[in-house]
Design a binder for this molecule. Structure first.
Ligand code: NAP
Length: 242
């Protein structure tokens, strides 16, 4: 149970982040849902969470912006009192072949996916250290383990998150902070809605289907309650990267 715990979820407005907010709220956690441009969907999610009996608030923040990330963590602490759980889930893709990838496509994906995770960890760590406890779950990808043609920027950002996870896990273990990563395969969200069922990568999933955001949320919730797992990377990919 996570009753009384405060969970900050980046990319908390849609897809995996939204499913995670709902799952953690069923376990009793209060939810700070951070997204780039919270609109009606974020507002109705917060209403749904509040109706479940937890505190919930949407926050607007570009996680790639170091100062904005600090102000958001400060605002969450101010409103909820603390942060116990950080889910670094905000992510983007800007696919293209390496031959023609623009510098800006590389930088923006690294800045959001990898530096965004660093920014949030950096600003939450003093809170975790002071309260001698915390859980961090970084949403990486099988692309960070296997690589993927057309996703050099995305794969590099997700591989970077795995290195970040392992270093932070080693550094903060003595303060009772666990830091783990998950590596989803193809999950049915806005990010993958344009990938057709005929895509060869889709055919390479041994379990023969896309995953659901709710299935990923179950794994994240498990890691939020696991006190003796740190520095781990767990694939949730239907066997894709076996
Ligand atoms: P999604 O449906 O496209 O949602 C992305 C979320 O990230 C949105 O809430 C978006 O906010 C937020 N976001 C994007 N850029 C941001 C920024 N600069 N600052 C703050 N928030 C930002 O994505 P998803 O499929 O749920 O993916 C969630 C995570 O899982 C990502 O890190 C993704 O790389 C990873 N993942 C997904 C899959 C998959 O198959 N779907 C597979 C492996 C890994 P707005 O709503 O305001 O735009």
């Amino acid at each position: 149970m996570l009753k009384g715990k405060v969970a900050l979820i980046t990319g908390g407005s849609r897809g995996i982040g939204k499913a995670t907010a709902l799952k953690l709220a069923t376990l009793g956690a209060d939810i700070a849902a951070v997204s780039y441009n919270p609109g009606d969907e974020a507002a109705s999610l917060c209403k749904q969470l509040q109706d479940m009996g937890v505190r919930a608030e949407a926050f607007k923040c570009d996680v790639a912006d170091f100062q904005a990330a600090k102000e958001t963590v400060d605002a969450v602490k101010e409103l909820f009192g603390t942060v116990d759980i950080l889910i670094n889930n905000a992510g983007i893709t800007r696919d293209g072949l390496i031959m023609s990838m623009k510098e800006d496509a590389f930088d923006s994906v690294i800045d959001t996916n990898l530096k965004g995770a660093f920014n949030m960890i950096r600003h939450c760590t003093p809170i975790f250290v002071r309260q001698r406890g915390g859980k961090i779950v970084n949403v990486s990808s099988v692309a960070g383990i296997m690589g993927n043609a057309g996703q050099a920027n995305y794969s590099a950002s997700k591989a970077g998150m795995i290195g970040l996870t392992k270093s932070v896990a080693r550094e903060l273990a003595s303060r009772n902070v666990c830091c783990n990563a998950i590596a989803p395969g193809f999950i049915a969200t806005d990010m993958t809605k344009d990938i057709s069922q005929d895509n060869p990568l889709m055919k390479a999933i041994p379990l023969g289907r896309q995953g659901l955001p709710e299935e990923v949320a179950e794994l994240i919730a498990f890691l939020c309650s696991a006190d003796y797992i740190t520095g781990e990377v767990i694939r949730i990919d239907g066997g894709m990267a076996i």
